[in-house]
Structure formats: structure tokens, C-alpha cells
Design a protein around this ligand. Structure first.
Ligand code: CUA
Length: 155
């Protein structure tokens, strides 16, 4: 197969752009640490119940209208579940999974995280609007996946 001069030029430009974008994205991710929000902290997934802070999951006040939610995900539930927080609260979620990969998505917010066994996921969200927010697992995790949900009530 023989390319015409024009095809060669455009092929070179498009391949060059792909390589350039890959270099830029790679540089941002690894050199500037601008990869997707995730946490490099790890723990032994077999010992979640014995490892702080997950030995005591719950909602803890850590400042003026600021809370930490220590949460354990497992097939097919969230611990603690049906959380209540005051309006305007800033909530730091610290999460891990006891078994398989789960998702933590809060409908009506930008909160959407993957929670993997062996890793500690940390994500912060401010809840300004009162209401009942549906929390869903959005990673397929087994037969009860579609039942894995809870709520966050802001009032
Ligand atoms: Cu947990 Cu799907």
C-alpha cells in the first residue's frame, strides 16, 4: 500500500498529536500528581475490623460543622448506614472494603468513588442542600449488588 504525500502528512500529524497528548496526560498524572482522586494508603483487607479507624466505623464530629465518616463497605451494605448530618456540613469520608470492589456514589452530588479492598479511600464533600441523598454501590459486586444502597440525610 502506498500513501500519497498528503496522507503521509496528515497521518504524521494525527499520530504526533496522540503521542503528544499521552505525554501530557502521563506527565500530569505521575509528575504533577494530577491523576484521578485516590489514596495510596493501604491496609490488610483481612483485618479491617481490627485496623483503626475501621475498628470503630461511624460519624464523628471533627470541627465546627465538620465530620469524618469512617465507613466499611461489604457485600451488600454500608457501615454505618442511614447517616444523618446537619445542613452545610463538610464531611470527610474515609472508606475501605472488606471483600470486593464496591462503589460509593451519592445521587445529586459529584461524590463518586471506587472503594477497593486493601486501600483507604478518602473523599470530602460539603452538603449545603437539605434532603435525603441516595447512596448507591455502582460497581458490580455480586448477587445482591442492586440492593446495596443506603442514605445520607441532611437537615
Ligand atoms: Cu457493592 Cu455493588
Amino acid at each position: 500500500m502506498k500513501f500519497s504525500k498528503h496522507e503521509e502528512i496528515w497521518l504524521t500529524i494525527s499520530v504526533g498529536m496522540l503521542v503528544l497528548f499521552m505525554v501530557i496526560v502521563g506527565y500530569q498524572t505521575f509528575a504533577l500528581g494530577m491523576g484521578p482522586p485516590s489514596n495510596k494508603e493501604t491496609l490488610d483487607p483481612q483485618k479491617v475490623d481490627q485496623t483503626a479507624p475501621f475498628d470503630n466505623p461511624g460519624v464523628f464530629e471533627v470541627g465546627p460543622n465538620e465530620y469524618e465518616v469512617v465507613m466499611v463497605l461489604q457485600v451488600f451494605s454500608f457501615t454505618p448506614n442511614n447517616i444523618e448530618i446537619p445542613k452545610g456540613a463538610t464531611v470527610h469520608f474515609t472508606m475501605t472494603s472488606k471483600d470486593v470492589v464496591h462503589g460509593f456514589q451519592v445521587a445529586g452530588t459529584n461524590l463518586n468513588a471506587m472503594v477497593m479492598p486493601g486501600y483507604i479511600q478518602k473523599i470530602t464533600q460539603k452538603f449545603d442542600k437539605p434532603g435525603e441523598y441516595l447512596v448507591l454501590c455502582n460497581e458490580y459486586c455480586g448477587a445482591g449488588h442492586q440492593m446495596m444502597s443506603t442514605t445520607i440525610t441532611v437537615k
